[in-house]
Design a protein around this ligand. Sequence first.
Ligand SMILES: NC(=O)c1ccc[n+]([C@@H]2O[C@H](COP(=O)([O-])OP(=O)(O)OC[C@H]3O[C@@H](n4cnc5c(N)ncnc54)[C@H](O)[C@@H]3O)[C@@H](O)[C@H]2O)c1
Ligand SMILES: [Zn+2]
Ligand SMILES: [Zn+2]
Length: 400
Amino acid sequence: METKTAVITNPTGDAQYEALNLETKAAVINHPTGDYQFEIINLGELHPDEVVVKVVASGICQSDEGVRDGSMAPLPAVLGHEGAGIIEKVGSGVKDFKAGDQVVMSFGYCTVCESCRTGQPSTCDHYNELNITGGEHQDGTHRFYKKDGTPVSNFLNQGSFSAYTITSEASLIKVDPNADLRKLAPLGCGLMTGFGTVTSAMKPETGSSIAVFGTGAVGLGAMMTAKIEGCSTIIAVDIVDSRLELARELGATHIINSKTENVQERIAEITNGKGVNYSVDTTGVSQVMLASVQVLSKNGVAVPLAVTKNTMEFNPLGELVLGARKLLGVNLGNVVPQLAVPKLVDYYNQGKFPFDKLIKYYKFEDINRAASDAVNGTTIKPVMIIDEEYRNDDPVEYVS
Ligand SMILES: NC(=O)c1ccc[n+]([C@@H]2O[C@H](COP(=O)([O-])OP(=O)(O)OC[C@H]3O[C@@H](n4cnc5c(N)ncnc54)[C@H](O)[C@@H]3O)[C@@H](O)[C@H]2O)c1
Ligand SMILES: [Zn+2]
Ligand SMILES: [Zn+2]
């Protein structure tokens, strides 16, 4: 679909970087919580540390839904931050990638602040400006522009709901040239977050117990990882029976439908009254976040990681202090994506992280349906095929 034309790349007219003269079909959110609308927009200039990626596929994460109201990246915006594709062009300062490389994309980080230098890029000093507030460069330029010159935000340094996008080298994870990018696309956020929450933040001892509240991609990612890490009691909590059944198939030793069962009582029963060593909340529902703290054993650790404005009210003395419990904030699993994603691919290849069971494929033009299927619980991980030509001798099965 790429047609090369003369385009406005920088309305200030002081272009310092390489003009791409490349336009792209993108799904744009123009109004708070409005539908995705397909538009042909322009790519901005390529900065030295950046690459143009021809996007093959992109997962939809619940965080895309969470920011569709314009509360973070200002609208208009191209969302999408679980993209994978093929590098089309590299900027003059890119060291480790070349055109034609297959990549999975993840969040952006500066690489030089204290957090980045100590292997914790998800708390990068520049995290917000790189990932959350729309992707405007320090020089005021953007990755996308409408034809009339209006800047268009991206999200999490990607904007993967677009046939082409610009991201920085720090967001790229190189994958095997033979790997199927349609499958690997969603590894850069939700699943990696669940994985890292267990491996980087909890670090459970072999034989530990864990309760996972919410069995979407993040919760199931945490659950499959808890099994790999040797947790022996893995309790999945949700209100959707089909998700709980899948959780059982993927390694939950116990499942609890909290609509019909009392979670605290059941967890007390399962753990002989001790409570669980670890819990993670992915629901963002106030009472559930609180329950995830209340089911902890002494010295237990709870990680609430939903993107939500909801609050949790509790008495710290009763819920934390007397039991020496801990509440941890963990962003994006606190991992280095370039180290975490290849591990997930290895675990997948060994049959230990069968995340493909969560995926349903949609055509890019069905993005609005894919998003609503994610919200209403029909699909755990919608993945849109953005380049239908990719491996078209081995077509995926689309949701009909
Ligand atoms: N902070 C981060 O690093 C980070 C990264 C990725 C995603 N997230 C956030 O994590 C959250 C989970 O993402 P996801 O993609 O797994 O979402 P999801 O919607 O697929 O999963 C949430 C699950 O919670 C269940 N649920 C809802 N209400 C419940 C209740 N009252 N009791 C029990 N279960 C309930 C749902 O049925 C669903 O299965 C989202 O808020 C997302 O934005 C955070
Ligand atoms: Zn940094
Ligand atoms: Zn996400």
